[in-house]
Ligand binder design. Structure first.
Ligand code: TMP
Ligand code: ASP
Length: 237
């Protein structure tokens, strides 16, 4: 069903298919942090991330937000449209955590008066440095119009995800999105999983995302199971 490997990243791999323009995105059990400096294999994480990501892409599709998602192909594989990826990551923050706390001396958990979007240049070698619109346009990573669309989509996705997660007793602290071009149009690519989001229990503040791994808090797969369970997601191992 899938043929040769087209691309292998830290947490996912892409395979060609017999259908031109379609790929298989496989979610790996490999878990990395700090640009790959920390690595572990968490058995079952690929299946959990595939289930969670597929479920979110379906909710976005229902809301009229286009993505590369076609369908969940198997436990840990998604069928997707091949995109021309733009090397700019969009981070949306509702509360301060992670790198913004280090950069600006903010306390973790500070509620932001409105959602903040930030851009990062996707480069492991450089440690994904933060950039602004001018950098992205000047160096040809995306056009100003594409960046406007990415930010607007990111804000819409944030509103949708905040509502969905709030109903599940989870606070969406921040998350990262990647976009690509499909027939010249900007659409959402990559994944939506607890690897690329910060998710806190609304009552206790317990971390239910990859910070569990980054900070050695234990029980990564239990945390991801909890997210899937609360969202009513089926098909997790
Ligand atoms: P940060 O606090 O490290 O800037 O990350 C903000 C959010 O975006 C956090 O949920 C993790 C996610 N993220 C990734 O998943 N990959 C990345 O390369 C970056 C920069 C952020
Ligand atoms: N791209 C980074 C990594 O996984 C981001 C993170 O810490 O999640 O190495």
């Amino acid at each position: 069903m899938h043929n040769e490997i087209k691309y292998e990243g830290k947490g996912k791999a892409l395979y060609s298919t017999d259908t031109p323009g379609q790929l298989i995105q496989k979610f790996k059990d490999d878990t990395t942090a700090f640009d790959g400096k920390k690595h572990a294999v968490v058995t079952g994480k690929g299946v959990l991330n595939c289930a969670i990501s597929s479920w979110f892409f379906e909710r976005l599709h229902e809301a009229g937000i286009a993505s590369h998602y076609i369908r969940r192909e198997s436990a840990d594989c998604m069928r997707i449209h091949e995109l021309h990826m733009l090397p700019v990551e969009v981070v949306v923050r509702n509360m301060a955590a992670g790198s913004i706390c280090r950069r600006l001396g903010l306390e973790e958990g500070l509620k932001l008066a409105r959602p903040l979007t930030e851009l990062f240049y996707k480069s492991d070698a450089l440690g994904d440095p933060m950039i602004n619109t001018e950098h992205a346009v000047l160096f040809g990573w995306a056009t100003a119009e594409q960046l406007d669309t990415m930010r607007e989509l990111a804000r819409r996705i944030n509103r949708l995800m905040c509502d969905i997660l709030q109903d599940a007793g989870i606070v969406l602290v921040d998350f990262k999105l990647e976009f690509g071009l499909l027939d010249g149009k900007v659409v959402l690519g990559d994944e939506i999983t607890p690897d690329g989001c910060r998710l806190w229990d609304a009552q206790t503040g317990q971390k239910l995302d990859k910070d569990v791994f980054r900070r050695d808090l234990g029980g990564l797969s239990e945390a991801y199971h909890e997210v899937a369970h609360r969202l009513g997601i089926e098909g997790v191992a």
